[in-house]
Design a protein around this ligand. Structure first.
Ligand code: PEP
Ligand code: MG
Length: 888
């Protein structure tokens, strides 16, 4: 294979091979923009090197060839003693991994060529400063020397001279520093700093390759779900210098505001500096606008280039540039990262500018971004907001709660109904239970890839991390913030995971404008441009999507809200919620019934209550399909807790006051107690075992439908049987329901249409879907239980038990309960869909597990041909958007 490409041979679509930086440098070169000449070594060369710990055959020759061409075009030779060509050696993977990998600048300088640089630049200080930077960077990244040794040496030089600023070191000081640095290298690397320029370059290339596998890069990739087998490309670029005086400088720019999406001039500039000075924050940058005053010609050229790039890439671009003695050089560009709000705004702006069409606009936003825009947020207008610290926005959301400092207290307080914020210096796996119990997590240490940030994002929990101004004292149970603020355990704070802000006290929370729009409270034509953009994009998604979106809703309120959010029916009404609360005692009596008459009497009491539930639900969803699931959970869930009840009965007995009912209840609890209730008497099995139960529910549903028909409405009922494993058990229950339907039709003398279908939530059901489809009129995939039973993971226990270890060790990047496991659970869905449809063409297929609202999973369900996804009301807009994106 070809391992090395000149920039002129590359283009922006070669990211896999040349990394993002290399591909875009190539693209800019081809656009005729002022890019310093150079070439890119491919990711394939990197992978070969990582496999063999050596350069692949042919690589060195190709590099020599490209280097010769580079030298020719520059009219200089690498490291030449009189007039040296210097190069930078820069990493650049397919996906940007900011600051994760290595770069070495000024390669080609040595004891001789530094004098050539002095005479060429006419600036001795600059030349020796460049040389010491090379030794420092090379020592750190190539030779693995702790950077502190170099920094200590700089500090010592400044101390000796009695100055505090690096800039106060003159040429003589830097000459000496170079000698000190060389000693540091010899001492700590056990070898001298290499003088031959080509050796410097080859070693730097190896170091960049190796940096693909540094621990921080590995963790970052895991977090960002970047595959670990891509490798990095290496860019070798002729050096240009922004530190050659006040007519030089370096900067970054965005073609529009990445925070709001607004068009304008955004960026920073630093005179007489190199790129790393900007990052290091040694001196303050000025706003990019000021460049107009500093050098109008360069400024105008930059704006022209920015426009060229934006029109060429048809998107927001970010740019790094350098000015060397009044000449502008482009060092990097890429399609820039942006906030969720900016993504929607920019997408529609570009449509209005005629640069992209609506399909492309839809492609450029994500369901995750829309979900972010729907989080409630702190009221910016609230009076008395008292910000006490700024951390990093690790995981979005607005959380308010009492401060706790350990996991134990977090769990204890949250059990008693308190909202708590877990505050730690940093978290570790032992804090997991506390993190689960807390409404939000705040740490004073660690970045966006710290344990707290990673786990919080994985759980969808609000998190602010790395709030370094906070001094957290777990032992004393206080933390101290600047300006003498002390916060004790139990004090209330508010943390904003979207901005990283920490407030003292409770900051009121308001609905986001996007939610108010979905609620119908904001007219999109009159609302701000963000709402308008969301309205346009989601409208387009609705127009192109194939799958319908339904909701999981058990109450008329939820159903109505979901309908406002765009739901096209109910995909799952869980009826168990209708058996709780005041009705619990009725259910208890039903379970206790020991004669047929008694059972029928209790069922008879429940019937009108259930019927009324369904009347209201059908009313809320009139005209749209409503899937009602017959009772699913094991019955013990409706009875008192076994331990509590045992204690109560024992106490009563000791006083001679034991009540007959309690004793019977205790007996029942013992009888229904199961080792594995999730695999026990539940779902369709209840229908088979408990006479009359499913019939009562079916009767309530069908009588409700009849009532609605009589009221002139259009009920569209779908009765769903849960946890079916084989067709016979489904058939048994189905016959009972058909018998009930016959009776209701006769009694009400109406023509009642309805469907009877099943959930597919056990592997056996999926594998025998053809048999089940003979009897079932629709399937709804219960991917929660299907995941539980396919993996053998208890869905209620795994999060706390071992998922964090699995996530940390990269066994999976995301919980399979959150996003569909395509290879295992997904394969069962695919098989069941195919077998079901082959048996019964037109079989209606949907999904009602949590995955129905997960963006990645929605794409998968579209791919396997489901007719709809069903999700909680708040995720309906996300599912609409992603169902649209899935068709592009
Ligand atoms: C499922 O198992 O995916 C499902 C929707 O049912 P439940 O979550 O109620 O078990
Ligand atoms: Mg289930």
């Amino acid at each position: 294979p070809k391992f090395v490409y000149a920039f002129a041979e590359a283009n922006k679509d070669m990211k896999d091979l040349l990394g993002g930086k290399g591909a875009n440098l190539g693209e800019m070169t081809r656009l005729g923009l002022p890019v310093p000449p150079g070439f890119t070594i491919t990711t394939e060369a990197c992978l070969a090197y990582l496999a063999d710990r050596d350069f692949p055959a042919g690589l060195s020759d190709e590099v020599s060839e490209q280097l010769a061409a580079l030298e020719k075009s520059m009219g200089k030779t690498l490291g030449d003693a009189a007039d040296p060509l210097l190069v930078s050696v820069r990493s650049g993977a397919k996906f940007s991994m900011p600051g994760m990998m290595e770069t070495v600048l000024n390669v080609g300088l040595n004891d001789e060529s530094v004098h050539g640089l002095v005479s060429q630049s006419g600036d001795e200080r600059f030349a020796f400063d460049s040389y010491r930077r090379l030794i420092q960077m090379f020592g750190k990244t190539v030779l693995g020397i702790d950077g502190e040794h170099f920094e200590d040496a700089i500090d010592e030089a400044k101390r000796v001279k009695g100055v505090t600023n690096d800039l106060d070191l003159d040429a003589e000081d830097l000459k000496q520093l170079v000698e000190v640095f060389k000693k540091v290298v010899l001492e700590h690397a056990g070898r001298p700093f290499p003088q031959p320029p080509r050796e410097q370059m080859d070693l730097a290339v190896r170091a960049v390759f190796d940096s693909w596998n540094t621990p921080r890069a590995v963790i970052y990739r895991r977090q960002e779900r970047i595959p670990s087998d891509l490798g990095t490309a290496v860019n070798i670029v002729a050096m240009v210098f922004g530190n050659l005086g006040m007519d030089s400088g370096t900067g970054v720019a965005f073609t529009r505001d990445p925070a709001s999406g607004a068009q304008g001039i955004y960026g920073d500039y630093l005179q007489n500096a190199q790129g790393e000075d900007v990052v290091a924050g040694i001196r303050n940058t000025v706003p990019l606008r000021d460049l107009e005053q500093i050098d109008k010609r360069v400024y105008d050229e930059l704006l022209r280039i920015m426009q060229t790039l934006e029109e060429h890439y048809r998107d927001l671009c970010d740019i790094e540039f350098t000015v060397e003695r009044g000449k502008l050089w482009m060092l990097q560009t890429r399609v820039g990262k942006r906030t969720a709000a900016a993504a929607f705004r920019i997408a529609t702006q570009l449509v209005d500018q005629g640069l992209i069409d609506m399909n492309e606009a839809l492609n450029r936003v994500t369901g995750a971004q829309l979900a972010q825009l729907m989080f409630p947020r702190f009221d910016e207008k609230a009076s008395g907001r008292r910000k006490i610290a700024q951390g990093m926005n690790a995981s979005p959301g607005a959380a308010v709660g009492k401060v706790v400092f350990d996991s134990y207290t977090a769990v204890k307080w949250s059990r008693s109904g308190e909202k708590v914020i877990l505050v730690r210096r940093e978290t570790n796996p032992d804090d997991l239970n506390g993190m689960i119990a807390a409404s939000g997590i705040l740490t004073s240490r660690g970045g966006k890839t710290s344990h707290a940030a990673v786990v919080a994002r994985g759980m969808g929990k609000t998190c602010v991390c790395g709030a370094e101004e906070l001094d957290v004292n777990t032992k004393e149970r206080v933390f101290r913030a600047p300006h003498g603020v002390t916060v004790h355990e139990g004090d209330v704070i508010s943390i904003d995971g979207a901005t990283g802000e920490v407030f003292l006290g409770e900051v009121p929370v308001v609905d986001s404008p996007v939610v108010r729009y979905f609620e119908g409270e904001l007219d999109p034509e009159e609302a701000g441009d963000l709402v308008k953009a969301v309205h346009r994009v989601i409208g387009h998604a609705d127009g192109v999507r194939r799958m319908a979106v339904r909701t999981n809703a058990d109450t008329p309120e939820d159903a109505l809200r979901a309908r406002r959010f765009g739901a096209q029916g109910i995909g799952l009404c869980r009826t168990e919620h209708m058996f709780l609360g005041e009705r619990r005692s009725l259910v208890e009596q039903l379970i206790l019934a020991d004669t047929d008459e008694e059972r029928e009497r209790q069922l008879g009491e429940l019937l009108p209550l259930q019927r009324q539930d369904f009347v209201e639900l059908l009313e809320a969803m009139d005209g749209l399909p409503v899937t009602i699931r017959l009772l699913d959970p094991p019955l013990h869930e409706f009875l008192p807790d076994i331990t509590e009840l045992s204690v109560r009965v024992a106490v009563a007995e000791s006083r001679g006051e034991a009540r007959e009912n309690d004793l019977r209840l205790l007996q029942a609890v013992h009888k229904l107690h199961e080792q594995n209730p999730m695999l026990g008497l539940r779902g369709v099995r209840l229908g088979v075992v408990i006479p009359g139960l499913f019939q009562m529910q079916a009767r309530a549903i069908l009588e409700a439908a009849a009532l609605r028909i009589r009221a002139g409405a259009v009920p569209r009922v779908e009765i769903m049987v849960p946890l079916v494993a084989n067709v016979q058990e489904f058939e048994t229950v189905k016959q009972d329901i058909i018998q009930v339907a016959r009776e209701v039709r006769e009694a009400e003398s109406t023509h009642l249409e309805f469907l009877i279908g099943t959930m597919i939530e056990l592997p056996r059901a999926a594998l025998t879907a053809d048999q089940i489809a003979e009897a079932a009129e629709f399937f709804s995939f219960g991917t929660n239980d299907l995941t539980q039973t396919t993996w053998g993971f208890s869905r209620d226990d795994v999060e706390a038990a071992f998922f964090s270890a699995y996530l940390e060790r990269g066994i999976f990047g995301i919980s399979p309960f959150e996003s569909i496991d395509r290879d295992g659970v997904g394969e069962l869905v695919r098989i069941a869909a195919e077998k079901g449809r082959a048996q019964r063409s037109g079989l209606k297929l949907g999904v009602c597990g949590e995955h129905g609202g997960d963006p990645d999973s929605v794409h998968f369900f579209n791919e396997v041909g489901l007719d709809y996804v069903s999700c909680s009301p708040f995720r309906v807009p996300v599912a609409r958007l992603e169902a649209g994106r899935a068709t592009l």
